[in-house]
Ligand binder design. Structure first.
Ligand code: PLP
Length: 387
């Protein structure tokens, strides 16, 4: 059965060009990049080239890039760095819709001596900026706000926030794991202090990420060890994966225009047709300010998990808006923060496209999904009651 993969915010297919670039560094060039000999040194040079490519994708300088093992490590490193280098400051701000990589660390810190403020969003998933600005305090150690949300695709006004925080001298970190490679990012123009990205979201390998740290930002390493990453993250480099991320960054930069034309058009077609063909259906999130590849569609009065299972039988891979916690299907914290009604949150499906999706695949979903929803609704007591 052919797989139709529209779950690219979860992870992406590794680009063939990326794999090609990596293989020699898994097979023959196994030297330690820190070694004095040429055999290891050549790996070091290739890593430096990769670092340049990663930096270029976000308008940074190569010295401002610290390689990590994933987006989660980048987020943790940034938040701990701000806390440890500002020991007198006990207040932290984030949003209510962050990925668990940020949200759960903030919740942990709020139980361990810090005050954490969680900024709400409106029904379209847009950040309450007045709330954010009115909660800035003299002892705010860090504001961490994602660039784009992984579930709704809503893009936050990072440039505007960065201006305000720069003026106040407050450290600003952004989790840009979903934004990098999908929308243009130029850190020469936008003054964030730290930014997280992840390899496996940009057709690179899993297990590698990067943290941008603006020159001059106070920093404290999370992994204390060897001199790697200029003493900012110890541990022998995951050479092949770093080289893969470098290649993926180069390809992402080349393909950015396509994201905003072909992929956006396919996403819009999928969304418009589903809304047209299936009654009681809506889009979660601000349609204006959204990643070009993402749509979160709520099919009222059906279980998202049932939709996923039936789509799975046809080879269609997507995600639901529920988190299977302790046996109950709770709507995700993102949809809850947006106040999406229970009946819609439960039937929410996230489709996230990539450059590898075709028009035929989108047409297949448009044809196959409406009868699935109809079938499930015919079995739903809630649907019958709503009629
Ligand atoms: N931040 C966001 C917004 C994400 O979507 C993800 C992954 O889904 C992460 C962080 C974590 O990245 P990683 O899987 O590389 O740890």
């Amino acid at each position: 059965m052919k797989v139709i993969y529209v779950d690219n915010n979860a992870t992406t297919k590794i680009a063939p060009e990326v794999l090609e670039e990596m293989l020699p560094y898994l097979r023959e060039f196994y030297g330690n990049p820190s070694s004095m000999h040429t055999f290891g040194g050549q790996v070091g040079s290739k890593i430096n080239q990769a670092r340049e490519n990663i930096a270029e994708l976000i308008g940074a300088n190569h010295e401002e890039i610290i390689i990590t093992s994933c987006g989660t490590e980048s987020d943790s490193t940034a938040i701990w760095a701000a806390i440890l280098s500002n020991p007198g400051k006990k207040h932290l701000i984030t949003s209510k819709v962050e990925h668990p990589a940020v949200k759960n660390l903030f919740e942990y810190l709020s139980k361990n001596g810090y005050r954490a403020t969680f900024v709400p969003v409106d029904s379209k998933g847009r950040l309450d900026l007045d709330f954010l600005y009115s909660h800035l305090a003299d002892d705010t150690a860090i504001v961490s706000i994602m660039w784009a949300n992984n579930e709704s695709g809503v893009i936050f006004p990072v440039e505007e926030i960065s201006g305000v925080l720069k003026e106040r001298g407050i450290v600003f970190h952004t989790d840009a794991v979903q934004a990098v490679g999908k929308i243009p990012i130029d850190l020469k123009r936008v003054h964030v202090d730290m930014l997280s990205l992840s390899g496996h979201k940009v057709h690179g390998p899993k297990g590698v990420g990067a943290l941008y740290v603006r020159k001059g930002t106070k920093f404290s390493p999370f992994l204390i060890g060897g001199h790697q990453e200029a003493g900012r993250r110890g541990g022998t480099e995951n050479a092949a994966s770093i080289i893969g991320l470098g290649k993926a960054s180069q390809l992402a930069a080349d393909h950015l225009p396509e994201k905003n034309t072909r992929i956006r058009r396919l996403r819009d077609k999928l969304e418009d047709e589903l809304l047209k063909r299936v009654p009681n259906t809506m889009v979660n999130g601000d349609k204006e300010n959204r990643l070009p590849n993402t749509t979160s569609v709520a099919f009222e009065y059906v279980e998202g998990e049932s939709i996923l299972l039936l789509m799975n039988e046809l080879g269609i891979c997507a995600s639901s808006g529920s988190a299977c916690t302790s046996g109950s299907l709770e709507p995700s914290h993102v949809l809850r923060a947006m106040g999406v009604p229970f009946t819609a949150a439960h039937g929410s499906i996230r489709f996230s496209l990539s450059k590898y999706n075709t028009e035929e695949e989108v047409d297949f979903i448009i044809e196959q999904l409406p009868p699935i929803i109809e079938r499930l609704r015919n079995m739903s007591p809630f649907w019958k009651k709503s009629r």
